[in-house]
Design a protein around this ligand. Structure first.
Ligand code: TYD
Ligand code: MG
Length: 452
């Protein structure tokens, strides 16, 4: 029997090593290298059909390239189309990630059921009967959607060749298995191999493929980071499983902007598109609490509204406690010192606790103003209006400093239904006719005046 071949992969960047090591020399991450059994594929899984294999690519003048057949496929779901940048691009590979139970399968099945095109929904997670039961709840009269329960890529490609679908949905990439690789489904080498085959198939036949990807504890898509580099679009479906609202956003999009987001509500009959996002805020209206403030932050390129909670109370022990979750504790001390010195608040004898909700950590300095507002609100025991948000940095002399790409934050806040946003007077804003009121302030006293 031939010796089993094993190799070592970095779970972060997908780099391959011949022996184990503590740190990946490519991406410098620690403890990410794992051993996997492989058997290099001698031939590829997806065989190019003979009629197209003779096609040889030659350089074309950019003006001569015909884009007319590249018309996007419009789904019935306006939010999904918008997040993709105006529909599904033929031959593109889209990866949809999200926590278990958030509604990834529901979203894609729903889109598949409502499509006018011939769609193949491949599931390695549920049986055909289970999918049918789910489909009955969503849209019982679909005539274009085929369901296949299969995990072996060889068999999937065989069915695709016979059916010739216009769109393929795969639930999920972690369940796929290629015979050419010996390691188990969900391992890095399997995910890499199966994705490569699917990309090859998508590009050669101009059939769009949408993949579902599981995410790990820390919110990244399970498998090598390289998976995200391989596909054209990475979508993230997020939300609290205990709440009905879900947000769909693009983390990466080769065919459109990553600034758009789609909002859904999970109902008994599937996901409903929410065209007026302020509904979300209205539903929370009755729980106005002191010490809560919303910050319009940016996470990488993406705007993100984050709730900051502060609790200020009289210190029980001699030394007051200061603790921050998801926020730099040193920066919290600095902001408290600024409040003490510039706004005359006696916070020296008080415990201050700060928490960024949702378990996220924020480095964006523009969260400062929301932190200060939450602290002031808790100190005064006075709730802020629910539909107000903040985006500015606070300087040592109490000045309100401009936030980066403030217009993007303002548009996000507007989209999410906020009525007022506090930003620095020193920001250059060229937005006109916004529904949201832009409150310009220059020093911390201006904010104190508003809250107290
Ligand atoms: P699912 O799409 O299976 O999640 P994922 O594929 O991301 O793991 O969705 C699971 C949840 O959605 C499940 O807890 C039940 C809920 N749900 C509804 O509330 N209404 C519906 O019509 C459907 C189909 C699911
Ligand atoms: Mg699922």
């Amino acid at each position: 029997m031939a010796k089993i071949k094993t190799t070592y992969f970095c779970q972060n960047c997908g780099n391959q090593f011949s022996k184990w090591q503590g740190q990946c020399t490519a991406c410098k991450e620690w403890n990410t290298i794992v051993e996997e059994v492989i058997q290099k594929p001698e031939k590829s899984n997806w065989k190019t059909p003979t009629n197209t294999s003779k096609r040889v690519s030659k350089p074309l003048l950019i003006n001569e390239i015909d884009v007319s057949q590249e018309a996007r496929i419009q789904t019935n779901d306006a939010e999904f189309n918008r997040v993709l940048g105006g529909g599904i691009v033929p031959g593109s590979l889209t990866l949809l990630g999200g926590e278990p139970g958030i509604g990834k399968s529901t979203l894609l099945l729903q889109i598949a059921l409502k499509l006018q095109h011939k769609t193949l929904y491949v599931s390695g997670e549920e049986s055909q009967k289970q999918i049918k039961m789910r489909a009955e709840r969503i849209n019982p009269n679909s005539s274009n959607c085929y369901i296949l329960t299969e995990t072996k890529t060889q068999n999937i490609f065989k069915q695709i060749e016979a059916l010739e679908p216009d769109i393929v949905v795969v639930d999920s990439i972690q369940t796929l298995h290629s015979d050419y690789i010996e390691s188990s489904s969900g391992s890095i080498s399997q995910i890499k191999e199966c994705t490569t085959e699917l990309i090859k198939f998508a590009k050669e036949t101009a059939t769009p493929v949408i993949l579902i990807g599981h995410i790990t504890k820390d919110g990244n898509i399970a498998g090598p980071k390289i998976l995200e580099h391989m596909v054209d679009t990475v979508l993230q479906f997020e939300g609290d499983r205990n709440h009905v609202f879900r947000i769909l956003r693009a983390n990466k999009n080769r065919f459109g902007s990553t600034n758009e987001l789609g909002i859904y509500e999970m109902q008994g009959s599937g996901l409903r598109e929410v065209s007026n996002p302020s509904e979300i805020l209205i539903s929370k209206k009755d729980e106005e609490l002191s010490g809560n403030a919303v910050a319009a932050t940016l996470e990488g390129m993406r705007p993100l509204m984050i709730e900051v909670q502060a609790l200020v109370s009289t210190a029980v022990y001699g030394t007051p406690q200061r603790s921050a979750t998801g926020f730099n504790a040193k920066r919290l001390n600095m902001l408290l010192a600024v409040l003490e010195k510039r706004a005359g608040f006696r916070l020296g004898a008080k415990d201050v606790f700060l928490n960024i909700t949702g378990g996220i950590t924020v480095d964006d300095p523009a969260i400062d103003l929301a932190v200060v507002a939450a602290i002031l609100s808790s100190n005064e025991d006075e709730a802020l209006q629910k539909d107000v948000c903040f985006a500015a940095e606070v300087g040592l002399s109490g000045e309100i400093r401009p936030a980066q790409r403030v217009e993007q934050r303002i548009l996000e806040a507007e989209k999410l239904g906020f009525s007022t946003i506090f930003v620095s007077k020193y920001n250059k804003i060229s937005l006109k006719n916004t529904a949201i009121k832009i409150q310009l302030i220059s020093k911390i006293e201006d904010l104190v005046e508003f809250i107290v």
